[in-house]
Design a protein around this ligand. Sequence first.
Ligand SMILES: Nc1ncnc2c1ncn2[C@@H]1O[C@H](COP(=O)(O)OP(=O)(O)OP(=O)(O)O)[C@@H](O)[C@H]1O
Ligand SMILES: [Mg+2]
Length: 241
Amino acid sequence: MLEVKSLYVSYGGVQALTNVSVHVKKGEFVSLIGSNGAGKTTLLNSIMNIVSKQKGSALFDGKDVTKKTTSNIVADGMALVPEGRRVFANMSVHENLEMGGFKRPASEVKQKLAEVTEMFPVLGERASQMAGMLSGGEQQMLAIARALMTNPRILLMDEPSMGLAPLVIKEVYEKLKVLASTGLTILLVEQNASVALKYAQRGYVLENGRIIMQGKASELLGDNEVKRAYLGKEYKEKWER
Ligand SMILES: Nc1ncnc2c1ncn2[C@@H]1O[C@H](COP(=O)(O)OP(=O)(O)OP(=O)(O)O)[C@@H](O)[C@H]1O
Ligand SMILES: [Mg+2]
């Protein structure tokens, strides 16, 4: 469904991605893990063409989207839930959702609004509240729901666990699991390797802008090198209690 081939991205003199190839099949949940500054956000932003590519290509459903504009990529069925959620804090929850659907036909927006508020009841309950008043976890749910308003077939998720307590992280991932079970394809990037790999089928490890490992998520979770570099203390604290 999504195929990124030999991607190179640089910011001035900083080479952020080097020869990165990643693919996601229809219906898959794929997590890419990497530490601070590894290039995870750069990867998602360059797939969406928010950041421009130096070399390499991206195919979505066999169509070349390497040079398409971000809004055309979204129209094709790809949506990004950005790092730090980026909800419109001074707009209501309802308005945030409407912003997600603003390019879609009115009948579809209505239908989608009903779907996302069923999926995330809190967004229905808080519809008229300012988004900035929501908790971090609720804002993450809103950011996901806003992306869903564009009716995507693939969801790109940037660091959904950021700044959230373990229980809330679990809630967010459980929602992603439900979405995946409805057939939505997910490509997620995270520093929080343990949770990202726990929920995914397949994974990649990005280090200094290069893919250094890939495979089944369960195998990566069990890999000693991954454990040492990415799970360490955090793994013990969160999952071995
Ligand atoms: N706009 C920019 N201008 C210059 N350098 C940048 C810019 N954005 C990112 N970088 C650099 O590119 C590299 C990759 O950054 P990126 O944000 O993609 O990493 P990340 O894996 O998402 O990190 P984090 O886990 O902290 O979100 C880093 O060295 C970063 O400093
Ligand atoms: Mg990032």
